[in-house]
Design a binder for this molecule. Structure first.
Ligand code: NAI
Length: 483
């Protein structure tokens, strides 16, 4: 029988964990080991309490763990034994030095590449799974070949397109799998080897191949264009509020055009997550480095509109409550950057809460999947610090004393002047709003940053309701937000 293929994945995060679990499930004849320098993360993967919340993930992990799926801190041993090495480490935005605030920080990537070169004793296929700047493969290739000790390395780019919250579904049934490689005989052979892994469950016509740079750039371009759709509809939402148009009606009508399509056109308080902003900043930086300032400015605007949308929301809250929230309790429902995940990286809730705290509000937060510790850490952290290892983060998050975190939406809203809905959790649609109204200060406000509640029903109860991009209540018209 052919030798069992061994895969090692460096980085047991939101990408490494779920992707490798699905490869292990779909390819029983491949041994998959996920390694990480974080011992606590690995311990969690080996426990009943997985380090990330993702619908369906636990089920997949339980089926394969200990069979052909393993989680280990013995990075060097498993890298040494593997035929294919995925690198799925974090690639945050640089916080200092050249390109600070824009360029991708490849420190973690480079150290992973040097470690691979150090410990390898046989030929390897090294797969970029992390989202990296265009031409990273060239840098990685240089590190590996200059330290190669006669071993041959093939670098592939295989960016991950999964979305958090639907990761398992996306991995089971991907729109496409993209593999970029060198256009040499050895390069083609490596592409073929990785293709065979995915072919265990992905239809052939959905596995597409390209050159390395196209694959790297496709991931940045896809995220930039996805984020751009959100900023486009959010920009329109501001105009809707000013004119009396309804953004849901507009988005529906626009999305009916088959060239545009209906998905990803929901107006909201803004996009979040670890990738959109970081990848666009990265794209902007690459454009600038390549002498394309006009292109850079074009994409930068996507982030500016997102920031505008968040501050517009805060302004709306403050202005409609007589221009001050000082000392008022504001309930925040939802802190994760979207539903069905506990991930809070770059969540718009951070900026909204900071904005309200800046106006001296007292906030009470409830999210079904985010811990109080996490929320406190997020609110204490500086921009861009969140994606760096835990030892660089504030160890004892300064207790923001105006913030309380509860495990119950009714507790959070009790005695509040206003409620801000910042994540589209399904459970927020079916809360007992009559009960919530009764226990709030009057007038009672609801600011729906995700357009999840039935505003007409809430108005019947007595609430003053703000929904993004929807016709305004008379109250809100009388108290215009200052931009
Ligand atoms: P993450 O931060 O959850 O996981 C990265 C892991 O790598 C951490 O556990 C860290 O301890 C580990 N690590 C760092 N350096 C290491 C080293 N030298 N040796 C061993 N382990 C090391 O990050 P996440 O979200 O999984 O993202 C990884 C990459 O995938 C990023 O480039 C991101 O842009 C990309 N991506 C993320 C998606 C998402 O939805 N989160 C989707 C598609 C791509």
């Amino acid at each position: 029988a052919a030798k069992m293929v061994k895969i090692c994945c460096i980085g047991a995060g939101y990408v490494g964990g779920p992707t490798m679990a699905v490869i292990a499930l779909k390819c029983p004849s491949i041994e998959v080991v996920v390694v990480d320098i974080s011992a606590t993360r690995i311990a969690a993967w080996n426990s009943d309490q997985l380090p990330i919340y993702e619908p369906g993930l636990e089920d997949v992990v339980k089926q394969c763990r200990g069979r052909n799926l393993f989680f280990s801190t013995d990075v060097e041993k498993h890298v040494c034994e593997a035929d294919i090495i995925f690198v799925s480490v974090n690639t945050p935005t640089k916080t200092r030095g050249l390109g600070a605030g824009k360029a991708a920080d490849l420190t973690y990537w480079e150290s992973a590449a040097r470690m691979i070169a150090d410990v390898s004793k046989s030929d390897k296929i090294v797969v970029e799974k992390s989202t990296v700047p265009v031409k990273t493969a060239e840098a990685i290739e240089k590190i590996l070949t200059h330290n190669s000790k006669g071993i041959s390395y093939q670098i592939l780019s295989n960016p991950e397109f999964l979305a958090e919250g639907t990761a398992i579904q996306d991995l089971f049934n991907p729109d496409r799998v993209l593999i970029g490689g060198r256009e040499t005989p050895e390069g083609r052979k490596a592409v073929q080897a990785l293709k065979e892994v995915y072919a265990n469950w992905v239809p052939e016509d959905r596995i597409i191949t390209s050159n390395l740079w196209s694959a790297e750039l496709s991931k940045l371009a896809a995220n930039a264009i996805l984020a751009q759709r959100i900023s486009s509809v959010n920009a329109i939402s501001a105009l809707c509020e000013a004119t009396g148009a309804n953004v849901s009606e507009v988005a529906y009508a626009v999305g009916k055009d088959s060239r545009i399509g209906p998905k990803f056109l929901n107006a909201s308080v803004g996009f979040g997550g670890s990738c959109f902003q970081k990848d666009i900043l990265n794209l902007v930086y690459i454009c600038e480095c390549n002498g394309l300032p006009e292109v850079a400015t074009y994409w930068k605007q996507v982030i500016k509109i997102n920031d505008y949308q968040k501050s517009r929301f805060v302004n709306r809250v403050v202005s409609s409550m007589f221009n001050t929230v000082s000392g008022k309790k504001i309930a925040v429902l939802g802190f994760a950057f979207k539903k069905d995940t506990g991930d809070t990286r770059e969540t718009p809730a951070i900026d909204v809460c900071k904005g309200l705290l800046g106006d001296k509000a007292k906030i009470s937060i409830y999210d079904p999947q985010v811990s109080a510790d996490q929320i406190r850490r997020d609110l204490a952290m500086n921009k861009f610090d969140w994606d760096h290892p835990i030892h660089l983060q504030p160890t004892s998050p300064t207790a923001v004393k105006e913030v309380t975190v509860t495990w119950d939406a009714y507790e959070a809203t009790k005695g509040a002047h206003g409620v801000c809905i910042l994540t589209e959790w399904d459970e927020f649609k079916s809360l007992d709003y009559a009960k919530i109204y009764e226990n709030m200060q009057k007038p009672a406000f609801i600011f729906d940053g995700r357009n999840v509640v039935d505003s007409e029903k809430l108005r019947e109860i007595g609430f003053i309701v703000y929904s993004i991009g929807k016709p305004l209540d008379q109250w809100l018209k009388d108290m215009p937000a200052v931009a």
